[in-house]
Design a protein around this ligand. Structure first.
Ligand SMILES: Cc1ncc(COP(=O)(O)O)c(C=O)c1O
Length: 446
């Protein structure tokens, strides 16, 4: 008799797909079988150029042998080791590498398994920090409209995408939001950072005037809003946010789950913009997407207040009651170390910086295509915003994704905005391929 497992039909129903139109997908599946370099191959043999680095994560490209072999070796050598009250050498090696990679004294790494976990971790560290320095009344967290900080309750509370929030109850209390920074009237078709909007950061002063600084622990923003459809920060905006938070004793958290590890042509957005946050959340590019892993980078004063401060308790006491079974998983550490080595040896961050002007030029050449109402870019990130079909928001974007797939191109969509972020190994010829295929897609799209 066949076991249930062996007898199971090839049924697409069992997998409840995340952030997916399950009914349409299961009627018209797009199944990915293989990946190599810049390309995905579907189970039906079609080859797609990957203009999204998977999900903003495969910055080194796919199936890179150094990373693959490191994971394989590690699985045989040390499959798992607890990091609660134990350790293993790779975790410390990786943390030291990261401390060197991030600017200033962002010298301490707390490991997680995803961007969402990194966000929750950073918010909790911010609260614990304020308490540790005797500022326990500071419990409010400030996010920004249209921000994406993953899907944990912390992340959706400070996040600002309505569909990610509206179904899930009252969320965390004591959260407020800055206004978003997209201003199509003033900044449409800006190249890189838009000219107008630095003053939007001053809304933080209004929020502080409303709640009082003594109640606010931290502000979290994506330095470049990614998932909503690539909003580079207006010139001067991040600097103002830093100045205001510093003045009022509020921690500044940069959510760099997309922007860290080369996306802007620098190790991080903090480095790229020359603005020093207190905490940085990362994931994705840390392992080039190969093994789930995230890291929160904390500055020295944050770590010291919690771990070496007066409230830390006796030496044998745990200082921070937080962590994940798989924090600093050996396979993830091996993957991350090999990934960072690949970035360095191949100069991929510098390469991204060199290619960014060409990326910008080719992307903005799509201006004038049907339904295109804005184009935005920074580093190797780009977005093409389409007008919505009357009464059917998101449908034109969805159809663009399907048509691009037919043309051998993988793009990402948020509503009617197309977002792209190719692996940093992309060549000029491949940028041409991406833009040519996207151009044809837009020409043919209704
Ligand atoms: C800025 C930002 N924060 C957090 C996340 C959540 O990451 P994950 O899906 O790994 O939980 C994302 C994912 O796209 C992100 O872009």
């Amino acid at each position: 008799m066949l076991t249930k497992e062996l007898a199971a039909p090839n049924d697409l129903e069992a997998f409840w797909m995340p952030f997916t139109a399950n009914r349409h997908f299961k009627a018209h599946p797009r199944l990915i079988a293989r990946a190599e370099g810049m390309y995905y191959t579907l189970t039906d043999g079609r080859r797609l150029i990957d203009a999204t680095a998977g999900l903003w994560c495969c910055n080194a490209g796919h199936a890179r042998s150094r990373i693959v072999e490191a994971i394989q070796r590690q699985a045989a050598e040390l499959d798992f080791a607890p990091t609660f009250q134990w350790g293993h050498p790779l975790a410390f090696q990786l943390a030291s590498r990261l401390a060197n990679l991030f600017p200033g004294d962002l010298d301490h790494a707390f490991f997680t398994n995803s961007g969402s976990e990194s966000v929750d971790t950073a918010l909790k560290i911010a609260l614990a920090y304020q308490r540790a320095i005797g500022q326990g009344t500071r419990t409010r967290l400030i996010g920004r409209e249209r921000g994406y900080h993953g899907v944990g309750f912390g992340g959706i509370s400070v996040g600002g995408i309505v569909k990610n929030r509206m179904y899930f109850g009252s969320l965390l209390t004591g959260v407020d939001h800055l206004p978003h920074t997209l201003d199509l009237e003033k900044n449409r078709f800006s190249r890189g950072q838009p000219e107008h909007g630095a003053e939007l950061a001053d809304n933080l002063e209004r929020i502080i005037a409303l709640h009082d600084a003594s109640t606010i622990a931290a502000v979290i923003v994506e330095p470049v809003a990614g998932s909503i459809g690539v909003y580079p920060p207006p010139k001067g905006y991040l600097e103002r946010l830093r100045a205001i938070t510093e003045k009022h004793g509020i921690l500044l958290i940069f959510d760099e789950v997309i922007t860290a590890y080369g996306r802007l042509g620098a190790s991080s957005a903090a480095e790229y913009f020359g603005v020093q946050p207190d905490l940085v959340t990362t994931a994705k590019g840390l392992t080039s997407g190969t093994v789930p892993m995230g890291a929160v980078m904390a500055r020295k004063h944050v770590y010291d207040a919690i771990v070496n401060g007066e409230g830390a308790g006796p030496e044998k006491a745990i200082e921070l009651f937080h962590g994940y079974t798989y924090s600093a998983h050996p396979l993830a550490c091996a993957a991350a170390l090999a990934t960072l080595e690949t970035y360095k040896e191949e100069g991929l961050f510098e390469r991204a910086a060199e290619l960014a002007p060409y990326w910008e030029e080719r992307l903005h050449a799509l201006r004038g295509k049907p339904n295109v109402i804005d184009i935005r870019n920074i580093g190797l990130m780009g977005a093409v915003e389409l007008s919505a079909r009357p009464g059917k928001p998101g449908e034109r974007g969805y159809d663009a994704m399907l048509k691009a797939c037919d043309k051998g191109l993988m793009i990402r969509i948020t509503g009617d905005t197309i977002a792209m972020s190719p692996p940093l190994i992309v060549t000029r010829e491949e940028i041409d391929q991406i833009m040519d295929r996207l151009g044809e897609t837009l020409d043919e799209l209704e």
